[in-house]
Design a protein. Structure first.
Length: 493
């Protein structure tokens, strides 16, 4: 069944459901420890969403918060810039791999269990980093942080979908927008918060702050998130097996890691990495096609075009956003001569626009309109970058930032709503995890594109090259959005 024919495409699962013994998505089901909603009670209350929001901000907050601590960490352990950069890369790599894996686990063994377990790992990572005696232990801390924080988003999406089943309605756009707002907002305030922590308590505060945040989210999750429904017994009275497909997960993780390492340095590509990537990818495809209960059902992935195109749009959109978030800021400091604080102030309109539009996008009933506007602005913003130079007026710099800030909010909210609409209830965690994987691949590719364009230092010519590539990708995004017939189907609430 093609996903391009309305919402019926959502009935084809991207990742086959685990043997949970629960009713299908059309049947409202009770969560263990929760009662049926009282008449007039809409569900999705503040107590349910509060721990989800706190848990979901940990990963994006830590992607940017450490940026202001890299120099201090390098001085403490006598590590250069290339070495401290691994503190950023290891979080992206781990998160890209862990998101769909933990999403699968959330679908299989219960989202509340995975959400809580992830917070425990985040707590441990904060302690390891705060008391690290060597740079290696900091890398271990970031590795654990990537694994633990990656559980929050896919598990949250699964929890919200289960709540929707319980109350007989789909998760409202404003509720989904809060998750997007938490991610965008925490990303925006990360550098500022990191700078304050380094100034007040030193760089170890960057790691230690995750401990109280994880504790608050953990306590509220245990109190307010309904317990996972117990899985029904099999016909012979035994407990059903959990279909995890460890070989599929291992092959997927290996292939994605090889691809990420290749993308990390396109300026000096390690071509030899492509051979093991192709081999592992071929083995993965063969295993997934032969396995009756694969980690990723490739046949259905092909047939559910609406969801596949959502991943593509999300990855390309954030590739362009990250190019500006990191590429333009580097150009502002190295070419225009602005300080880090001045650059942060210049990028503030971009952050404010992203925050505002993540909330405004939630008020729209459709997906196609906000996404089209976002793609148009990404393209316009890319063209504006082409005309920037060392003596460009300040208003043009602010305009460029706003052209990328507005799409950042709209893309996050709209594609998140598309994932919720086009993925089936029993595999929403896996689908949401793959959405974040697409975003992190976009981030890794953006960093490589920036390095390829700039070389040793940012220049006007490098910025213009990056802008032309971004403009071409923006036109591609416009085409993908306007020609997607599935986006013409209004959301149901």
């Amino acid at each position: 069944m093609s996903a391009g024919r309305g919402t019926r495409a959502a009935t084809s699962p991207l990742i086959p459901p685990a043997a949970t013994g629960t009713a299908g998505p059309a049947t409202p089901a009770k969560s263990a420890g929760s009662a049926s909603p009282a008449p007039g009670r809409p569900g999705f209350g503040g107590r349910l969403t509060a721990p989800l929001l706190i848990g979901s901000l940990v990963n994006p907050l830590n992607t940017t918060m450490i940026s202001t601590a890299l120099v201090a960490i390098g001085h403490s352990y006598h590590v250069g810039a290339a070495g401290t950069a691994w503190l950023i890369s290891v979080l992206y790599l781990t998160s890209a791999v862990a998101q769909p894996v933990l999403g699968k686990l959330a679908d299989s063994i219960g989202p509340r269990r995975v959400f809580v377990a992830g917070l425990v790992v985040v707590l441990v990572s904060g302690l390891v980093g705060a008391f690290a005696l060597s740079f290696t232990w900091l890398l271990v801390s970031r590795l654990l942080l990537g694994i633990g924080s990656a559980a929050a988003y896919p598990a949250s999406m699964s929890i919200l979908r289960h709540e929707g089943i319980r109350v007989g309605r789909t998760p409202p756009r404003p509720v989904l927008a809060r998750l997007s707002f938490a991610a965008v907002g925490s990303t925006a305030v990360g550098p500022t918060l990191g700078g304050v922590l380094v100034m007040l308590v030193g760089w170890r505060g960057i790691f230690a702050v995750n401990v109280p945040v994880a504790l608050i989210a953990l306590v509220t999750a245990l109190r307010w998130i309904p317990a996972d429904r117990p899985r029904a017994l099999a016909a012979d009275g035994s407990r059903p097996k959990t279909d995890i497909d460890p070989l599929g997960i291992g092959l997927f993780s290996t292939a994605l890691t090889l691809l990420a390492f290749f993308l990390l340095d396109l300026a000096h590509p390690n071509w030899w990495l492509l051979l093991p990537f192709v081999v592992v990818g071929a083995v993965l495809i063969r295993w997934q096609l032969r396995n009756p209960k694969p980690f990723i059902d490739l046949r259905v992935l092909v047939s559910n075009g609406a969801l596949t195109r959502t991943y593509l749009r999300h990855g390309l959109g954030y590739l362009l956003v990250y190019c500006v978030m990191y590429g333009l800021t580097q150009w502002l400091e190295e070419v225009r001569g602005f300080s880090s604080g001045e650059t942060g102030l210049l990028m503030l309109p971009m952050s404010v626009a992203a925050l505002a539009c993540s909330l405004l996008g939630a008020r729209t009933k459709g997906i196609r309109g906000p996404l089209t506007l976002a793609c148009l602005l990404l393209t316009v913003g890319s063209v504006v970058l082409v005309f920037l130079s060392g003596d460009s007026p300040l208003v043009l710099l602010l305009l460029a930032g706003a052209c990328f800030g507005i799409p950042q909010g709209l893309i996050g909210t709209s594609n998140q709503a598309a994932v919720a609409q086009f993925s089936p209830a029993e595999s929403i965690g896996s689908a949401a995890g793959l959405q974040r994987t697409a975003q992190y691949i976009g981030a890794i590719t953006a960093s490589s594109m920036i390095a390829l364009a700039y070389g040793q230092a940012a220049t006007d010519a490098g910025l213009h090259l990056m802008a032309w590539i971004a403009a071409g990708l923006g036109v591609l995004l416009i085409g993908l959005t306007l020609t997607d017939r599935a986006l013409r189907t209004p959301q149901t609430h």
